[in-house]
Write a protein that binds this ligand. Sequence first.
Ligand code: GLP
Length: 244
Amino acid sequence: MRIIVVDNYEEMSKKAANMVASQVILKPNSVLGLATGDTPVGMYEEIISLYKNEEVDFSKVKTFNLDEYYGLSKENPQSYYYYMMNHLFNHVNIDENNINIPNGMVDNIESECKNYDKRIVEVGGIDLQVLGIGVNGHIGFNEPDISFESETHLVNLDEKTIESNSRFFNSKEEVPTKAISMGIKTIMHSKKIILLACGNSKANAIFETINGKINPNMPASILQLHRDVVVIVDKEAASKLNLE
Ligand code: GLP
């Protein structure tokens, strides 16, 4: 793992955006794995600026998002579909046929999940996966105790995740209790990974991910076994790290 400690959120966002843009410049038909949450919002803003300055072209890019809440429609402002349109896709020249986000409204979850993995394989796998991290160490919505062998599947959200994500909803009761998430195995098959984290609330998860034992209770710790991971963290999120 390569660890880059930056001073603040803005620096993290710029560095991550430059890495995503470089990927697309080097390989215009890249397959990007994308994340939601507060953490990558600044990165998406920077990517949009790069696009507006004609430094990067998304016309051939394909994207696969990590996850989607189960039971939320595309029109729901809390859905990850809505988030992605709002924070990135509406502002760049991506072909909407190249956007892939799990559908949280389907009846047949099993076939939705199988199909999602199949589509990723068919396009040759994910070239660059962007990840955030939950306070409990989840990546995507792969909660503690996940099987490292998991592919895209329906998950029951952890109490901590529901609590933490309730900030986006009117009340905790409105937070869906299930989600469709790319599995750890799917994520680990990505050719490159960028993990982003900022703030004190992520310090413990970042410490366990980088310096802890690889353990399903801390899902992100499996990233220690990936050959090409860059972790970009601000000083607060890095505060517990032993960087010798
Ligand atoms: C969410 C998402 C994750 C995200 C994480 C952290 O629940 N499913 O993909 O990385 O939680 O979110 P945030 O960046 O808002 O702290």
